[in-house]
Design a protein around this ligand. Structure first.
Ligand code: PLP
Length: 418
């Protein structure tokens, strides 16, 4: 078990007050707060060995290069990849998926199919839409049921002979659903399709092993796992990264250049053109160290406890609709609507209590449309959140519904996902 009270000591921002009230930060699915260890590691980089990497022989550059390369090794070991050659740094999850979609689209032919799910974030839809348009390929969507879970009985109808790529989110950033990644990947493999896992909401919150999953590619962001903004991870199996073409060209990603042509550098640098985010990589490495020390299974279990409690308390509130599956099947987030109150108003009322949540479509417009709602209010948890904070959220929501002073309506869990 982890000790959230002890962990909170490492996060300077959690001491601050908002409108004179202690900050209750429940917007972790958007971005997480940073522990002192991460901030310090980045400060140390700038104060003592800031220099460009892979370029100069001078001492500072050697130190920066060592730290930068080590960050790749740490991330590789964190997700059980073979080694740093399988881990390229990008800007964020979005850029990682764009790189993949841009590169893989060159292998697509007319009428090939790309399978996504109905619960994808825009960053795992729009790049594939563009890839499909370029190649004349088609998008297909694995449907969700009334509980916000994938209709697995349709898996082998949706993933068929024409499928070349299956790209799906490991954990939904709205429904919270933890998708059966192994089963989906196995179905894709049966017909030889490539698999891309959007792990933006899984790698930060639970043990994730690319070896166990057997996926071909994976994408996630440092800023959602205690690290800084501006660094993302693109994981790929070595033999596949060797095969596919880069889509961003320039310095460091080449081994040789003539006036006419160029040869690509070895992995992972082939996918890292230009001066990278060195301080960001150092920060990500410190974040990985921090999470490993706490233990990812502990993080996952802690979030499960918070989520179960949040679901139990929120289900008691009249006029409140929760979306997605039961607590045991979801990651550490709960999205809901207070019937008759706009999600931005709910968020504003909670904000006045010092509670930071996010309201809106959460970059999943097609899902919102499917659910027949403009958006949701989302509370998302992390290792530093406490049971008391869940109570504060529920108490404040009770206040919102009491203010509405309307006749009682029933709580309908997942009802909108027809
Ligand atoms: C499931 C999912 N995928 C992708 C992203 C995009 O992440 P980023 O904005 O860091 O690129 C997010 C961000 O919220 C997400 O929740």
């Amino acid at each position: 078990m982890l000790n959230a009270e002890r962990i909170r000591e490492d996060f300077p921002i959690l001491k601050r007050k908002v409108y004179g009230k202690p900050l209750v930060y429940l917007d972790n699915a958007a971005t997480t707060q940073k522990p002192r260890q991460v901030i310090q590691a980045m400060n140390d980089y700038y104060e003592t060995y800031n220099s460009n990497v892979h370029r100069a022989v001078h001492r500072l550059s050697q130190e920066a290069t060592e730290a930068y390369d080590e960050a790749h090794e740490k991330v590789a070991s964190f997700i059980a990849a073979k080694g740093m050659e399988e881990v390229a740094f990008t800007k964020n999850t979005t850029e990682s998926i764009n790189v993949l979609a841009g590169s893989l689209s060159r292998q697509l032919q007319k009428n090939d199919e790309i399978v996504l799910t109905q619960m994808e974030h825009h960053s795992n839809i729009v790049p594939w839409q563009q890839a499909a348009k370029r190649a004349g390929a088609k998008l297909r969507f694995l449907e969700i049921d009334g509980n916000g879970e994938l209709k697995l009985q349709q898996l082998r109808e949706t993933i068929g002979k024409k499928t070349k790529i299956v790209a799906f989110t490991h954990v939904s950033n709205v429904l919270g659903t933890i998708n059966p990644a192994r089963e989906i990947i196995a179905a894709a493999k049966e017909i030889g399709a490539l698999t891309v896992v959007d792990a933006a909401q899984s790698v930060p919150h639970m043990p994730v092993s690319v070896k166990e999953l057997g996926c071909d590619f994976m994408a996630f962001s440092a800023h959602k796992m205690l690290g800084p903004t501006g660094v993302g991870v693109l994981y790929g199996k070595e033999e596949l990264l060797e095969k596919i073409e880069p889509v961003i060209y320039g310095g460091d990603m080449i081994s040789e250049v003539s006036f006419e042509d160029a040869k690509w550098n070895e992995l992972p640098w082939k996918f890292e053109a230009g001066t990278p985010n060195m301080a960001g990589a150092v920060g990500l490495a410190a974040a990985v160290d921090y999470l490993q020390k706490v233990g990812m299974e502990n993080v996952h279990q802690h979030e499960k406890i918070l989520t179960r409690k949040a679901m139990e308390r929120l289900k008691q509130i009249e006029d409140l609709t929760i979306y997605g599956p039961e607590a045991g099947k979801r990651g550490g987030l709960v999205a809901f609507n207070v019937n008759g109150v706009h999600t931005h108003d709910v968020s504003a009322i909670l904000d006045a209590e010092g509670i930071a949540v996010r309201g809106g479509h959460h970059c999943t417009m097609p899902l919102a449309r499917l659910l027949g709602i403009p958006g949701t209010t989302r509370a998302s948890f992390y290792l530093y959140n406490t049971n008391e904070e869940i109570d504060k959220l529920a108490d404040a929501l009770e206040m919102v519904t009491a203010k509405m002073n309307k006749p009682a309506m029933t709580t309908t869990q997942g009802k909108a996902a027809k």
